[in-house]
Design a protein around this ligand. Structure first.
Ligand code: GDP
Ligand code: MG
Length: 250
């Protein structure tokens, strides 16, 4: 609990057997997290067996591989059902340190922000932390392009470490977003588009083999999807082409 608010951590898992326990233990280490939701997207490894043995947690298993966006849709739906007031996504690949959960929870719990991102770019150490150079340049370029198209001032849109308030997740039409990786980008464009501030804190960058499975071609598809999200946002704002993503009706 953070003050009187229930803290739920969601972990969208895909082949995370090697890092799940370590991540879970760090998530629970601060005594702040009330409940963990692990959604397995039909992994080929032992993620499900390992997740089933973790206390204070709930496991949902997709019977087929639905994608990272679909996985997050399940995560947030279940987090709301579990009564979460502060909902934090932590990747179970141990790429983002769970030590910042108290900071993220406090930002949401303060009531000032509905969404907080833990940015790897803000600290200026992304390359030193092992982010591949091509991912770094893609990150910077896409962030610049999207800041211009959306009118935001974010340091990055591509971190997987994010916190949300219950009221925000209840308001967003998440079902309209992609089931693929570009979900991550669409949700941020929606949050901004519906008039919410996206706050940021800095977070260390860590890259190691288990923490990154996305190859160049998946990344390229994601990058093009991000640009398309920005274009759709701008056209919608100018009233030239209405987008379903940014239309505020259930
Ligand atoms: N649901 C789902 N998640 C996936 C899939 N492929 C990767 N992921 C997850 O997407 C997240 C980001 O992928 P990752 O390989 O860590 O990318 P990177 O850290 O950005 O280089 C991780 O939490 C993965 O577990 C997939 O096919 N389905
Ligand atoms: Mg990763």
């Amino acid at each position: 609990m953070y003050k009187d608010q229930k803290v739920v951590v969601v972990m969208p898992a895909y082949n995370a057997g090697a890092t799940l326990v370590k991540t879970y233990n760090d998530v629970m280490a601060h005594g702040l997290v009330d409940h963990v939701i692990i959604v397995d997207d039909c992994s080929h490894d032992n993620t499900v067996e390992i997740a089933a043995g973790l206390p204070h947690s709930e496991l949902i298993v997709h019977q087929s591989n639905l994608g990272y966006g679909a996985n997050q849709k399940t995560c947030y739906r279940r987090a709301l059902k579990a009564g979460g007031d502060i909902i934090i996504m932590v990747h179970p690949d141990y790429q983002y340190t769970p030590d910042l959960i108290p900071a993220l929870a406090a930002m949401i719990g303060s009531g000032h922000y509905h969404c907080v991102l833990a940015s790897r770019i803000l600290g200026g150490r992304a390359l030193a932390g092992g982010m591949p150079w091509w991912k770094y340049f893609a990150n910077r370029f896409l962030t610049l392009a999207e800041n211009l198209m959306l009118g935001t001032k974010l340091s990055e849109f591509h971190t997987g470490y994010r916190a949300f308030s219950r009221s925000l997740l209840e308001r967003l039409p998440l079902h309209r977003n992609s089931d693929d990786f570009v979900f991550d980008n669409q949700i941020l464009a929606q949050i901004h588009g519906f008039g919410n501030i996206i706050a940021e804190i800095s977070c260390p960058t860590k890259y190691f083999p288990e923490a990154s499975s996305i190859n160049f071609w998946r990344s390229l598809k994601y990058g093009l999807g991000c640009l398309l999200t920005g274009v759709r946002f701008r056209l919608h704002r100018w009233g030239l082409l209405r987008s379903w993503l940014f239309t505020d009706e259930k």
